[in-house]
Structures are given as structure tokens and as C-alpha cells.
Design a protein around this ligand. Structure first.
Ligand code: KG4
Ligand code: ZN
Length: 344
């Protein structure tokens, strides 16, 4: 058995997990910082970094204790080395370096997006490369052809807001607090998705990319007009977002070449309506649909540990000098997307 300790600290979750090459999560702990950031309606980087400093070491000790294991029992230490809020990334990576050095174990620096991208393979042993991946989180919205570990071809990205960001901003507009995605989904379940006419940016466009900024602005105008009930705005927003995602993904299916499955990962993959819509699209296209269980969609350390396993079995370990990276595209060769606020 190969055992990797995974560490995640790139945003507002401090997390550690012990993952085996047999896809077993022996223990995992996640400390959420929601309470610290809630008063500000979003993640405050300095508060996040300080919270990681305070929590990470005891959290790792507790995770090892949960499994009845010691650091000497792990085969490698894998940690998120970017992209993300640099203070938090540094806390996790430096901690991983110290543990690796102290225990004389290999260090594996993981791209957080690779953690999301490979997480479906942790949950599903039958998922083989290549697959078409919709990676939708608070900071990213991309369609990628995943051909293997480290082999990512970006087919589309957002030219402005990420999908999770659109959920978070809509939640803020509707006064739902932070984090916004789950709150919008809960409210939307009680509303009429056809009540509020909202735009579907880039629907049917030849260009492959996503755009959500116009949708978010329309949500703001609808809320300010005070004509519609908040649950109807939430439901209409979610329906519009799903229409956009379905359309862009359908386009990518035709351009991706042969793939074994349509896969969704990242925090927004926790959204049941989104999952259902993509499952229907995949069925229509004769593709299998795979999405990890909800706890593996939002940020966690098991996905980092699993990415570590995938790299370790290929002999791909990192130098102890490896640096934390605030930006780290999965596909560095992708053509830059043109847009107002392009992030990746
Ligand atoms: O992957 P993740 O945990 O962190 C990042 O790497 O960004 O994704 C967090 C994002 C947030 O924008 C959050 O609002 C969104 O995922 N999210 C959801 C749901 N759960 C989380 N969006 C829609 N519906 C959900 N149920
Ligand atoms: Zn994430």
C-alpha cells in the first residue's frame, strides 16, 4: 500500500488527509474559515493566512491520530503549491517541506486545479483517461481535455467571472451571505426558474469561452427593481447559468475528440441542478457522466493526496526548493482568452 499525506491551504479551508493508492481515505479533516470571513462577504487573504498558520499543524496531527498512524508511516507528503492566495499556499507548502525534511519523505507539490481535475478518479476507479472536464470553482471555469497526469488541454475558460464567483456575487446581491453557492441553490429550489428574464451570455457563440459578468449584472438590476421575489431571482439565475454551462459544454464535446466521459469537478459541481443538467447532456451525447461526491467537490485535502498518489506512482516528486505560485495554469500553452477581466 502506498500512503500519501495531502495538505490543502490555498483559500479558506485548512485541510489534511491520508489517501492510499487503493483509493481509500484513511482520515481527513477540514477546518472551514466561513465564520471568520462571513462578516466581510468574501475571503480576506490576510485573515485566511493567519488562520492556516494557527490551525494546520494541529490539524495534521489530529488527522494522523484519527488513522492511528505516524508521519513515519506515510510514503510522501503532497501539498497545494498554487494557484491560490499566496499567504495560505505558503503556509501549507512550507509545512509540507518541513514534514518531508524531518521524516525524510519525498515532497510532491500539487497544482490545486490538478487536485480538482483528478478528484473524480479518486471516487471512481473505472474512470480512465482521456476525459472532458468541466472545472468550475470560485476562481475558475474551464473546459479541459484531461489525457493523463499533467496532460491538460484547455478548450475554454471564462473571459470574466468564474462560475462559482457568479454564484457568490449573486448570493451577495440577494443578501444570502457567504459562501454563496449553496445558499443560492437552496433558495433557487423554492423559486420559479422562468420568472425573471435573464441573459445567457455567449449562448450559441462560435467562440468556445464562458462569460458570466453580464448575468451577474442582470441579477443586480433585477434585485434593485424589487419586482421579483428573491427565490425567483435565485432560481432564474441558476437556470441561466446552467443553460450557459450546458451550451458551452456541448460545444466542447464536439471539439474535444474522443473521450471516455464527461466529468465535472470543483466547488460548483456540488450543485445538484448543475449535475443533473450535465448528466442529461452526457446521456444525450452517449457519454458517461462522472462527478465526485459532494465532499470531494469543494476544497479538500483528499484530492491533493490523491493527485500526490498519481504523481508518486509515476515517480514524479518535487525538489524541496519548489516555490509557491499565486498563478499556475494547468495548460500553459493555451492561447490567452480575450475579455474584460480574464483570469486564466
Ligand atoms: O473548489 P472550491 O471549494 O474552491 C475554489 O477553489 O474556488 O469552490 C468554491 C466555489 C464557491 O464559489 C462556491 O460558492 C461554489 O464553489 N459552490 C457552489 C455550491 N457549492 C459550492 N456553487 C453552486 N452550488 C453549490 N451547491
Ligand atoms: Zn478549489
Amino acid at each position: 500500500m502506498t500512503l500519501v499525506l495531502g495538505i490543502e491551504s490555498s483559500c479558506d479551508e485548512t485541510a489534511a488527509a491520508l489517501v492510499t493508492d487503493e483509493r481509500r481515505i484513511l482520515a481527513q479533516r477540514i477546518a472551514s474559515q466561513d465564520a471568520e470571513h462571513a462578516p466581510y462577504g468574501g475571503v480576506v487573504p490576510e485573515i485566511a493566512a493567519r488562520a492556516h498558520v494557527l490551525r494546520l499543524a494541529p490539524l495534521i496531527a489530529a488527522t494522523l491520530a484519527d488513522a492511528g498512524l505516524a508521519l513515519a508511516d506515510v510514503d510522501a507528503v503532497a501539498a497545494t503549491a498554487g494557484p491560490g492566495l499566496i499567504g495560505g499556499v505558503m503556509v501549507g507548502l512550507v509545512t509540507a517541506k518541513a514534514l518531508a525534511m524531518a521524516a525524510d519523505k519525498p515532497l510532491i507539490a500539487i497544482n490545486h486545479l490538478e487536485g480538482h481535475a483528478l478528484s473524480p478518479r479518486l471516487a471512481d476507479a473505472t474512470l480512465e483517461y482521456p476525459y472532458l472536464l468541466l472545472l468550475a470553482s470560485g476562481g475558475h471555469c474551464q473546459l479541459l481535455r484531461v489525457a493523463g497526469v499533467g496532460q491538460y488541454q484547455r478548450l475554454a475558460t471564462t473571459i470574466d467571472d468564474a462560475l462559482g464567483e457568479a454564484f457568490d456575487k449573486s448570493a451577495k446581491i440577494l443578501g444570502l451571505g457567504y459562501p454563496g453557492g449553496p445558499a443560492v441553490e437552496r433558495l433557487a429550489a423554492r423559486g420559479n426558474p422562468r420568472a425573471v428574464p435573464l441573459p445567457r451570455p455567449l449562448l450559441g457563440a462560435e467562440e468556445p469561452h464562458f462569460s458570466f459578468a453580464g448575468l451577474k449584472s442582470a441579477v443586480l438590476r433585477a434585485a434593485e427593481a424589487q419586482v421579483h421575489a428573491p427565490e425567483d431571482i435565485a432560481a432564474s439565475f441558476q437556470a441561466a447559468a446552467i443553460d450557459c454551462v450546458r451550451d458551452r459544454t456541448a460545444r466542447a464535446i464536439t471539439s474535444a475528440g474522443p473521450v471516455n466521459a464527461l466529468v465535472m469537478a470543483g466547488g460548483v459541481a456540488a450543485n445538484q441542478a448543475m449535475r443533473a443538467a450535465l448528466a442529461r447532456l452526457a446521456a444525450r451525447e452517449g457519454l458517461r457522466f462522472v462527478a465526485p461526491p459532494l465532499a470531494l467537490c469543494t476544497d479538500n485535502a483528499a484530492m491533493i493526496g490523491w493527485a500526490g498518489i498519481e504523481r508518486l506512482v509515476l515517480g514524479q516528486v518535487s525538489d524541496l526548493e519548489v516555490a509557491a505560485r499565486p498563478r499556475w495554469p494547468l495548460d500553459p500553452d493555451a492561447e490567452p482568452a480575450r475579455g474584460a477581466g480574464v483570469k486564466a
